[in-house]
Design a protein around this ligand. Sequence first.
Ligand SMILES: NC(=O)c1ccc[n+]([C@@H]2O[C@H](COP(=O)([O-])OP(=O)(O)OC[C@H]3O[C@@H](n4cnc5c(N)ncnc54)[C@H](O)[C@@H]3O)[C@@H](O)[C@H]2O)c1
Length: 321
Amino acid sequence: MQVGKAEPLSAVNRRPKITVVGAGNVGASVAQYTVERELGDVVLVDVIEGIPQGKALDLAQAGPVHGYDSSLIGSNGYDETAGSDIVVITAGLARKPGMTRDDLLFKNAEIVSAVVEQVVARSRDAILILVTNPLDAMVQLAWRKSGFPHQRVVGMAGVLDSARFRTFIAQELNVSVENVTAFVLGGHGDTMVPLPRYSTVAGIPITELLPSDRLEALVKRTANGGAEIVNYLKSGSAYYAPAASVVEMVEAIVKDKKKILPCAAYCDGPYGVPGFYVGVPVKLGRQGVEQVIEIKLTADEQAAFQKSVEAVRELVDKLKL
Ligand SMILES: NC(=O)c1ccc[n+]([C@@H]2O[C@H](COP(=O)([O-])OP(=O)(O)OC[C@H]3O[C@@H](n4cnc5c(N)ncnc54)[C@H](O)[C@@H]3O)[C@@H](O)[C@H]2O)c1
């Protein structure tokens, strides 16, 4: 080590730069959890004047209380996002009661296309995490628009869906959520495929702990997990658990954890999927999606997964990508 020759800290060890586009319910919560865990500095972008600036300033002022030094900037433009390591895209409309995720398709496709164009022009090496619904179609669209390798474009859905499944399993068995792992495959929507066989409590498959009718009820509740919250909230959709799920992915990337998480990832071959995005378990690390993990499915599971893949394909076809 040479005394007196040290480079400035910023040159050798700058904090990761994380842009969050869309400063609404999910985006603002992503920013909050990200700085609370000091995963990096955050740039919050939104089209509504004052919202990203106000929320960023408010969150920065929570820093002294929570003890974080991450910086926060809010903006209506993209210049401040230049050189981002990760860009989380939550911009778009949320579901209203009675509205399906598919209803959002065309409006949100327009928004996501415009956002991706702005983002990639300034952050050529970023990893994009898509959140906007309908998720599987939006992530496919973002990948096409960005021209990025598919490893650097990924969608958040499975982490949330499995977190919901884990919550319900833990409540049913009256055990810690920390003991519960759960596995969800397929598209983010009503055709998602929770896999009880691969879901465990302290390593014990839940198929050995719960009768099949209860299991079926939990699976059904998981598949309707988003709608259940929309119906309570009346305006807007879930955001605490979605944001927590995004931040688990951000952390896996920033810390190069190589964590196995269910994400919307590009599959060309695995699970028989012919070249598009769908929810599968992946290894998430500094390079983005470093591996798609293929597990054996029973005939019934494969059929349910196939149905889910078809639903995704239908949406993607509508976008004529
Ligand atoms: N993948 C998932 O599991 C999951 C979970 C929850 C929500 N979502 C989706 O995430 C999206 C955001 O949800 P929310 O609850 O935060 O909604 P929200 O309405 O609270 O926030 C969306 C924000 O996007 C902004 N916006 C709109 N157009 C924009 C543009 N062109 N550029 C920048 N910002 C723009 C809006 O001004 C708004 O502040 C929705 O599409 C919702 O369906 C997905």
